[in-house]
Design a binder for this molecule. Sequence first.
Ligand code: ATP
Length: 193
Amino acid sequence: MYLGLSGGIGCGKSTVAKMFGDLGAIVIDADAIAKEVLEPGQVGYESVIHAFGESVLDSSGQIDRKKLAEIVFQDQSQLAKLEAIVHPAVIARVAEIRESLPETAVVIYDTPLLVEKQLQNQFDQVLIVVSDASVRKERLLARGLESSDIEARIANQATDDQRADVAHFVIVNNGTLQELRENVTKVWQQISA
Ligand code: ATP
């Protein structure tokens, strides 16, 4: 079974993913894979250097993601160029991981942009984590993000209603971690039944 997991910034996606992992799911972290494919020796590394030049490397020869982000966030065509490298590489890597797993595995693909990128049809079911904006803001402030930055990021993402439209399960995360674990366990019991 292949499940997509998403939610807005600070809603608790990673926390939920970890809880599903504790229950026996295999979690694939889309952001981690996107980083991995740009590591030296990986398929995206040479392509990025070819497309953006060696100035995107740091002193140890790794791709400096901050430098890359600065380039692509100011320029849609550069972003498209980067995405054309990263996306196919991520898709190939995820396919490779999935092929290595037994068919009975419950695989959860954790991706922040599931709704924005309209990926819902790739999955058997979609799990969405929601959390009130005030709660998310509090969590993100605690993590050191600036208030204006948090608001800008939230405004840039899909809304919870848009996410709920594609969801088979909505996991509400406004309470304690214990309550969240109970919610996650209930969903797990249904998906793994
Ligand atoms: P991002 O989109 O930024 O990656 P996320 O949706 O993956 O965020 P998490 O990293 O899981 O969110 O959670 C954000 C922060 O809030 C973390 O520090 C996490 O420990 C904390 N958190 C999440 N849920 C709860 C909860 N129910 N009670 C207390 N803290 C929580």
